[in-house]
Design a protein around this ligand. Structure first.
Ligand code: NAP
Length: 271
């Protein structure tokens, strides 16, 4: 039976006094992560291109007593990224956490992808994520460390037919996580991945993903939620993960672990 019950796992206030930047933090999974980090005391900076949406999201967090700042930034632009990171420091001081969640993709046959359709996604996923990581790492190196979580997907090394651009972007991020984890480990910066399966968000809905179809393929019998992704992120940001770097937590209810061998909960099919 699907287990949807949740008991509070983390210590109240365990992130008090810490500051986190969440790219794409005004919507979907990013907003869920921002809410969770804020709930445990972190100051959160929500950044993306659409300021109005960010402001509304930051206001929702403030309404629950959290400290939230909305900063408009297109992560593909190095100057905008630098300004966003500086504004974070000017507002909250030291930056302890970065969640590289911003990303995009769309369905297209690979042979029909325009050069721009290819480049725009690669630019957000790979270039934008690197620019954010680098700008924040310079401060973390100076300040004595920090933690980053990259939101990739459950199987970033596998093919993503009809989403070749987004799939290539996530595979590159998985490699980037490991390179940076090794390079920056000595500075006390931990870098890990959270790989969500198919999680209903507004963006996924727009791509025609159906929650019921998805649930039928998931061994734990339900689709994931932004809170599932946020919990994995909280763990990776916590001291309980202090010896974890360059690794991935897959949040997909077991969907990527193998094809089911039977079709009903009654048990394995005969033969
Ligand atoms: P989403 O709501 O569309 O989140 C993407 C966010 O990225 C948006 O807030 C968007 O805001 C921001 N963004 C896009 N381009 C940007 C840019 N150039 N600069 C700054 N921000 C930018 O979708 P989601 O479902 O929550 O997905 C969040 C992340 O999880 C994505 O990286 C996605 O690939 C990954 N993921 C999701 C699932 C899932 O099933 N939901 C599964 C695996 C992985 P603006 O448009 O305002 O810039």
């Amino acid at each position: 039976m699907a287990n949807t019950q949740r008991r509070e796992t983390f210590l109240p206030g365990f992130l008090a006094g810490q500051t986190a930047i969440i790219t794409g933090g005004g919507t979907g999974l990013g907003f869920g992560i921002a809410q969770a980090l804020s709930r445990f005391g972190a100051n959160v900076v929500l950044t993306a291109r659409k300021l109005e949406r960010l402001e509304a999201a930051a206001e929702r967090i403030r309404a629950t007593g959290g400290q939230a700042l909305a900063v408009q930034c297109d992560i593909r632009d190095a100057e905008q990224v630098e300004r966003m990171v500086q504004q974070t420091e000017d507002t909250f001081g030291r930056i302890h956490m970065l969640v590289n969640n911003a990303g995009a993709t769309f369905f297209s046959k690979a042979e029909d992808l325009s050069p721009n359709g290819w480049r725009s996604i690669i630019d957000i996923d790979i270039n934008g994520t690197f620019l954010c990581s680098q700008a924040v790492a310079k401060r973390m190196i100076r300040d004595g460390g920090g933690a980053m979580v990259f939101i990739t997907n459950a199987t970033p090394g596998s093919g993503n037919p009809y989403r070749t651009n987004g799939g290539a972007g996530k595979a590159a991020l998985a490699a980037m996580v490991r390179s940076l984890a090794v390079e920056w480990g000595g500075y006390g910066i931990r870098i890990n991945e959270v790989g969500p399966g198919s999680i209903p968000t507004e963006a996924m809905g727009a791509m025609g993903e159906n929650a019921e179809d998805a649930a039928a393929r998931i061994p734990l019998g339900r689709v994931g939620t932004p809170a599932d992704v946020a919990d994995a992120t909280l763990f990776l940001m916590s001291d309980a993960a202090s010896f974890l770097t360059g690794t991935r937590i897959v949040v997909d209810g077991g969907a990527s672990s193998g094809a089911p061998r039977h079709e009903s909960a009654a048990g394995p099919a005969a033969g």
